[in-house]
Ligand binder design. Structure first.
Ligand SMILES: NC(=O)c1ccc[n+]([C@@H]2O[C@H](COP(=O)([O-])OP(=O)(O)OC[C@H]3O[C@@H](n4cnc5c(N)ncnc54)[C@H](O)[C@@H]3O)[C@@H](O)[C@H]2O)c1
Length: 247
């Protein structure tokens, strides 16, 4: 049984499917939470559901593209809980457009949310992270295999994998671990369009023949953030029902 008693987790994109499931799992394991999202309603509702008193859960609006928002999240975490033991970067955006039709603004928006946001948030949290703490960045199968009509997203997620490994090198002397999880196709609103268009193909190519649940990704994140993974850093854990090797 994993315990995060006395620890603080900052989770971005916490209003979403995977971020929300991660928040629930960490809360149930005893963690204090700082939950952020660009959309206020989702995190506010989750915080009320988890802890109406607000004693163990703080929320704030964070646009992952804005470095000053990341700094404000760090200030909130410091003020409320004094330190950050786990950072989970879950904010993400997965729009569909082919490369010939992609505008510069579309490229920059997707890189900004999915990659810049990880750097900005990680950079802001490092001064608050004690020895023994860790980061888990949510990448994607798209960052390994690529995916048609989501080149900006695939590039951003491949960047997250490289950033995670580089951070793992930099932070190892401080005994801060940095890992990534790469979900396959997980049952959240993010993949509704994809499943409408290619669902049959995806399920046929997935050995376990179903979508993953947000909590199945949250379990992988909790493991990597826990002391059970104390000698694991610069690693990527795939959560995809075998889709990576499926035909
Ligand atoms: N669902 C999948 O199949 C899948 C697969 C691989 C990777 N992922 C990744 O998992 C993470 C969580 O995705 P999800 O499936 O829970 O999707 P989701 O759409 O349910 O959640 C994404 C969250 O990110 C937030 N967000 C969007 N733009 C933002 C911004 N500018 N700043 C801050 N937050 C912003 C959204 O408001 C939303 O709450 C993402 O990083 C996503 O890329 C998901």
């Amino acid at each position: 049984m994993i315990s995060f008693e006395g620890r603080t987790a900052v989770i971005t994109g916490a209003g979403g499917g995977i971020g929300g499931a991660t928040a629930r799992r960490f809360f149930d394991a005893g963690a204090n939470l700082v939950l952020t999202d660009v959309a206020e309603e989702g995190v506010a509702a989750l915080a009320t559901e988890l802890d109406a008193s607000g004693a163990r859960v703080a929320t704030t609006v964070q646009d992952a593209r804005r470095p000053d928002d990341a700094d404000a999240v760090a200030a909130l975490a410091k003020e409320r809980f004094g330190k950050v033991d786990t950072l989970v970067t879950g904010a993400g955006f997965f729009p569909q457009v082919s490369v010939p039709e992609m505008t510069d603004d579309q490229w920059h928006e997707v890189i900004g949310i999915n990659l810049d946001g990880v750097l900005f948030t990680a950079r802001a949290m490092i001064p608050l992270m004690p020895a023994g703490s860790s980061m888990v960045h949510i990448a994607s199968l798209a960052g390994h295999r690529g995916t048609a009509e989501h080149a900006h997203y695939g590039a951003a997620k491949a960047g997250v994998l490289g950033l995670s490994r580089s951070l793992a090198h930099e932070l190892a002397p401080s005994n801060i671990r940095v890992n990534a999880v790469s979900p396959g196709i997980i049952d959240t609103p993010m993949v509704n369009d994809l499943m409408r268009q290619r669902g049959d193909f995806i399920l046929a190519a997935t050995p376990l023949a179903r979508l993953g649940t947000p909590d199945e990704v949250a379990c992988a994140i909790a493991f990597l953030a826990s002391d059970l993974a104390s000698f694991i850093t610069a690693e990527t854990l795939h959560v995809n029902g075998g889709y990576y090797v499926g035909s």
